[in-house]
Design a binder for this molecule. Structure first.
Ligand SMILES: [Zn+2]
Length: 133
């Protein structure tokens, strides 16, 4: 049995562009759990990598488009209608924190803005925050 039949069906199901968009959304949304899990296992503590928020944003936007223009289902639209707000806010916070990183003068490794000492070499960091100087 072939996966794609003569009439263009895949796995015996008829596909259209909106279903492909919906499934891409599902894949992005579902894969974020593995990305987050992998990052936490790797660092041996619970972390949320920036890729998690990007996958969340892309996945929820694709599913929202699917719900709005294909399913036209109010329950489905509501489920994805507002989730983008914390995703974008988390990406903004991440971006601000990254821009606020302090570069160690001794080894050039970047540390979070709140750090007082370099995590790499232990040198005291000069931060822009007057409370920390
Ligand atoms: Zn350093």
């Amino acid at each position: 049995m072939s996966l794609i039949s003569g009439d263009g069906n895949f796995l015996g199901v008829e596909w259209n562009t909106w279903q492909v968009i919906g499934w891409l959304g599902n894949i992005a949304f579902f894969s974020r759990f593995f990305v987050q899990w992998y990052a936490s296992e790797k660092q041996k503590r619970v972390v949320v990598p920036v890729a998690f928020w990007w996958l969340s944003l892309v996945g929820s936007m694709l599913l929202l488009l699917y719900a709005l223009f294909y399913r036209r289902d109010s329950v489905f639209i509501f489920a994805y209608g507002f989730t983008w707000i914390p995703y974008i806010r988390n990406l903004m916070i991440h971006s601000n924190a990254k821009n606020g990183e302090t570069k160690c003068a001794a080894c050039d490794v970047r540390s979070p803005i709140s750090a007082r000492f370099c995590a790499n070499c232990g040198a005291a960091l000069k931060t822009g925050n007057p409370d920390k100087s």
